[in-house]
Design a protein around this ligand. Structure first.
Ligand code: GRF
Length: 195
């Protein structure tokens, strides 16, 4: 299976995905694509000999469909079977998502369906939750919705700050996403629930 990874920032999830696709793994990375020319993940991808591309969203201003047409053109050049959104911070239209439905994954730093959207760790702390975590799900037209393919849980500790909790969750993201991608690439849709 050919995998394209979309990023906007440091790409720590991208790195864990790239480093997992070795040996007998059913998937290979064919592209790392960023909307942000400054994304730190681009250099990490190049250092791993993975093709990279940038489609800067800013020249498209509010014209989301035109931005997505440029994304689509770049993706078609590499013909991925699976797209992994990994710290990709642009909302995708229903049209784009429908085209890739059933072939596009995302990782979200909360135990969905709780805390869709942003500031997930601050919200979990504010709510007094005993635990938090991350979710990998299939991307559908509704933001941070879609069939859950895996989750990992961490405790919320007394005096936790959003930054401390984010760091604890990120460690689990780096375990969860590679585990889900391997199972997904084998055609197995059973959720991965990490202890
Ligand atoms: C992570 O919290 C991830 O859950 C969210 O973006 C953050 C940064 O991800 N999607 P990365 O380090 O760029 O992979």
């Amino acid at each position: 299976k050919r995998v394209a990874i979309l990023i906007s920032g440091s790409g720590s999830n991208m790195v864990s995905l790239l480093d997992s696709m070795t040996g007998d793994h059913p998937a290979r990375p064919v592209l790392v694509l960023s909307n942000n020319p400054q994304a730190g993940g681009l250099e990490k991808a190049r250092a791993r000999d993975v093709a990279t591309a940038v489609v800067d969203h800013r020249p498209f201003k509010g014209d989301r469909p035109a931005f997505e047409a440029a994304l689509q053109a770049e993706l078609e050049r590499h013909a991925p079977d699976i797209i992994c959104l990994a710290g990709f911070m642009r909302v995708l239209t229903a049209g784009f998502v429908q085209h890739w439905q059933g072939r596009m994954l995302n990782i979200h730093p909360s135990l969905l369906p709780k805390y869709k959207g942003l500031n997930t760790h601050a919200r979990a702390i504010e709510a007094g939750d005993a635990e938090a975590g991350c979710t990998v799900h299939e991307v559908t037209a509704e933001l941070d919705d879609g069939p859950i393919l895996g989750q990992a849980r961490v405790p919320v500790l007394p005096d936790d700050t959003p930054d401390l909790l984010a760091k604890r969750v990120l460690v689990q993201e780096h375990r969860l996403y590679p585990a889900v991608l391997r199972r997904y690439a084998e055609g197995d849709r059973r959720p991965v629930m990490l202890p």
